[in-house]
Design a protein around this ligand. Structure first.
Ligand code: ADP
Ligand code: MG
Length: 279
């Protein structure tokens, strides 16, 4: 792992970390029915170190796309590449976080975070160091010996994030990870995730159906449309870092949020251009 030097700004480099090339996915028909086309032809490059969020209506293929990148589903056409190599299955360089993250209920927070490191054969002392580091980063150091059932939803999700980060994946694939937590916790988790991202420069693909969340987190927002699942629009988010409350309350944030909102909710309409919009 390379840590960026302190004070360096979280700008992605130009190399494509993830490439989707004409990725399509059809699901076999139920008896007598027609084949279902979940994804048409999706092409997208994500730069190394970039934070891309994906929004779109329910059923537009967001999870399918993420599962293909995670290696949990195979595309029926096109290909998904990581560092130029086609994805053939799951791998430790890609950490996946789902909305309901399956923590092992019989393992403590610490042991949950440590689990993947053992599997990878990381030596004992380094395991302990990494677990401490990531638990402290997500603010769970005081809860290391608790079982998941003694944690709130937000804390469980922080544990899942620490667990995903601990194995040092180059890419984080997150599917509505904050969907099940309350609004305040959600804002804190967003800020924490961004703080971690700016320290560690992972490439992140983050799915959400929350437009504010999509704008707040991203370098770019990808808006998807359904029938078949496809990219509708890709919107650059030129908000400054760090993304503070001030940024969240700024006129530019509102402008970008409105733009993403109209791309999501008025798909097919003629979108009025917003004043001061760089096109
Ligand atoms: P999203 O995450 O955007 O809500 P999904 O990727 O989960 O959408 O699903 C896209 C479409 O594909 C949906 O209509 C869904 O019902 C369908 N779909 C997803 N997985 C399967 C599957 N295993 N078999 C059949 N249809 C599926
Ligand atoms: Mg989904």
């Amino acid at each position: 792992m390379t840590l960026s030097s302190p004070g360096s700004s979280p700008r992605p480099s130009t190399a494509a970390k993830i490439s989707l090339r004409g990725v399509g996915k059809e699901f076999p028909a139920a008896a007598g029915g027609r084949v279902f086309r979940a994804l048409g032809e999706v092409s997208l490059d994500v730069a190394d170190g970039e934070f891309v969020t994906v929004v779109g209506p329910s059923g537009c293929g967001k999870s399918t796309l993420l599962n293909i990148l995670a290696g949990l589903e195979q595309p029926t056409s096109g290909e998904a590449l990581v560092d130029g190599v086609p994805v053939r299955g799951p791998g430790p360089e890609r950490g996946v976080i789902f909305q309901q993250y399956a923590l092992f209920p019989w393992l403590s927070v610490r042991k949950n975070v440590e689990f993947g490191l053992k599997t990878l054969g990381v030596p004992q002392q380094e395991r302990a160091d990494r677990v401490d580091h990531y638990l402290s980063m997500v603010g769970l150091d005081a809860f290391a010996d608790r079982l998941p059932k003694a944690l709130s939803g937000g804390m469980k999700q922080r544990c899942a994030i620490a667990r995903a980060y601990a194995v040092h994946p180059e890419i984080l694939l997150m599917d509505e990870p904050f969907g099940a937590v309350d609004a305040l916790t959600r804002v804190r988790l967003q800020e924490q995730l961004l703080a971690t991202w700016s320290q560690e420069q992972r490439t992140v693909l983050f799915i959400t159906h929350d437009v504010d969340e999509a704008v707040f987190l991203a370098n770019r927002v990808v808006v998807m449309a359904a029938d078949p699942g496809r990219l509708q629009e890709v919107i650059e988010i030129d908000l400054p870092h760090p993304r503070t409350e001030e940024v969240r309350l700024s006129p530019r944030f509102t402008q970008l949020r409105n733009r993403v909102w109209s791309a999501v909710y008025h798909q097919g309409d003629d979108r009025p251009s917003l004043e001061g919009e760089p096109r």
